[in-house]
Design a protein around this ligand. Structure first.
Ligand code: UDP
Ligand code: MG
Length: 353
């Protein structure tokens, strides 16, 4: 693999790496991979990108024939490359693995789903936006006609909830995005394990713009985002970007304490008025309601405590177990060699001071 030249300004024909996470996608890959290649070649012919551009598939611990499919694609054309993660780490980690793999070799990356739902032709517009000066270009859905009613309502509700909680997310933008490697260099400093990329890139700053596209239907196979996974992603997004739910709980606590005070005054007044026995139903209602609120509040706080625990362990986000261009043992030894070299260089610098 070639290593890109460091330049301060956007090169005229940037090297583009398209990063595509794949989890159990053996059915769809043979259909969509040629579309990605055709798009890459078309941008090359238009003089927008360098002929050293590549398509990088990330097999996210797939259990079907996805990795074999990626291997055979890479054998058919050198523009196709692939890495394989040691186990399923989820969409966000697979994207991060692909981006970190691509970073030293390219000027820009575009991340896209492998199922053909993200319109590949929008990449031309994204690259043009980059050439005009944007370092991040968000792919924004112009409509959701291909999604089910439930997916549409839940997804739109999620964006509105995130905004209400103070998280800076781009409306109707998922993970179809162009990011320059200059931005990725800074993204690499964000060490958190709980990743929510669509919320993290706006945090980085840098000039950005948006390109709208029509979200398509899946070419084959089925979605991996079940209702439970969508809820998990939403919880990750909220806990990774904002602590407002905890402030809201504190606010709720104050409101209910005041309410409790009023109820206490009312209860004491009731004693003096001689109406104490008929109060049973109201007490039961108040106790059940309050314990529900307390449990929800504890649950929300628990989410943050749990996430803090996971972050404190500093475990790696993923392990690359195979690459199309190098067998596993070589990757491991090379990485160790690099680490040793860095350590020795560090010691020498310290000694020289
Ligand atoms: N994906 C992944 N790891 C996972 C789940 C999904 O890499 O654990 C990939 C999947 O192969 C696809 C992308 O993430 O390329 C989006 O997933 P999917 O199409 O299932 O989600 P949807 O578009 O229905 O939200
Ligand atoms: Mg999809």
């Amino acid at each position: 693999m070639e290593v890109k030249q460091e330049t301060a300004h956007a090169p005229a024909r940037p090297i583009l790496w398209i990063v595509i996470p794949c989890y159990n996608e053996e059915e769809v890959l043979p259909v969509t991979a040629p579309c990605f290649l055709a798009q890459l070649l078309s941008m090359e012919e238009q003089g927008l990108i360098s002929e050293r551009s590549r398509i990088l598939f990330v097999s996210d611990g797939s259990k079907d024939g996805t990795w074999e499919a990626i291997r055979s694609l890479s054998g058919s054309d050198p523009r196709y490359q692939g890495i394989c993660l040691s186990r399923n780490r989820g969409h966000q980690n697979a994207l991060a693995a692909g981006l970190m793999e691509a970073r030293p070799h390219c000027d820009i990356t575009v991340t896209a789903d492998c199922d053909g739902q993200d319109d590949v032709s929008a990449m031309t517009e994204m690259v043009k936006e980059y050439l005009k000066g944007s370092e991040i270009v968000y792919g924004v859905r112009s409509g959701r006609s291909s999604d089910s009613w439930f997916k549409r309502v839940s997804a739109e509700g999620f964006y509105r909830l995130m905004k209400a909680l103070g998280a800076d997310v781009v409306f109707e933008h998922a993970d179809f995005r162009l990011v320059s490697s200059r931005v990725l260099d800074h993204f690499a400093d964000y060490g958190e394990v709980n990743l929510f990329l669509r919320g993290m890139f706006p945090l980085l700053g840098f000039p950005s713009s948006a390109v709208s596209y029509e979200r398509r239907k899946r070419e084959a196979g089925k979605s991996h985002y079940t209702f439970r996974r969508m809820l998990g992603l939403a919880a990750d997004g909220i806990t990774s970007l904002t602590v407002r739910p905890i402030s809201m709980i504190a606010g709720l606590g104050i409101v209910f304490s005041l309410l409790g005070l009023v109820l206490t005054v009312w209860a004491i007044a009731d004693v003096f008025l001689g109406n104490t026995v008929p109060g049973w139903a109201s007490i039961v209602c108040i106790v059940s309601f309050m314990s529900g609120i307390q449990l929800i509040s504890l649950g929300v706080i628990g989410q943050y405590v749990g996430k803090t625990y996971l972050e404190a362990k500093h475990r790696p986000r993923y392990i690359v177990s195979d690459r199309t261009d190098r067998p596993y043992r070589r990757i491991f030894l090379e990485e160790r060699e690099c680490e040793d070299r860095d350590e020795t260089a560090g010691e020498e610098t310290e000694g020289g001071q």
